[in-house]
Design a binder for this molecule. Sequence first.
Ligand code: ZN
Length: 221
Amino acid sequence: MECDPRAHGGRDPRNVSLAVLTDSPAVEHLIGALRQLPGVGKRSAERLALHLLTAPGGEAQALCDAIAQACRKIKRCSICCDLAEVDPCSICADDRRDRSTVCVVEQPSGAMAIEAGGVYRGVYHVLHGVLNPLAGIGPSELTVDRLLERVKAGGVKEVIVATNATAEGEATAMYLTRRISPLGVTVSRIAHGVPMGGGLEFADGLTLQHAIEGRTALPGA
Ligand code: ZN
């Protein structure tokens, strides 16, 4: 049974500074790993580490198990490269989806955001990043070849590039246009509604609906 120090008038260990543990390489390693998570800064990482180290009821082990199980079961769909527990994923396996229209997104979160809008009936392709030469990310680090294989296999009439409205997202859209347009497939780009510098996951469903409906064709190479 877990001992709650508050019940005995002691201080809640979760309010104790982590300073006493900073000479522990194991704790430093944990904090460093937590800081790799999106949106988690140094202070948040320290708070999370302290919480995990002091939480009762095997909470930390349950989290470890959940992460391990999810990582073991979730794979990339062999068609669209989105994350899924089955292959092909439920969208690629759905005969009611329009497979002639492929929406290209940077991350699974982009596809999830568009799906939440409930309007788009085509299929997706997840790049798992954007071109970023300064960070050493070129086409081979993304799923560009798999996308080109899908287009070359036939049946695709339009590719909607829904990369984020960032410099890297725009550069990736231009690169994809240069590669796909010569194959005789229309390449369009979402244009309206998505804020400059913003990610798809932060836009509401209506904004994304307008962005999809207001897409514009990109000039070929
Ligand atoms: Zn899929």
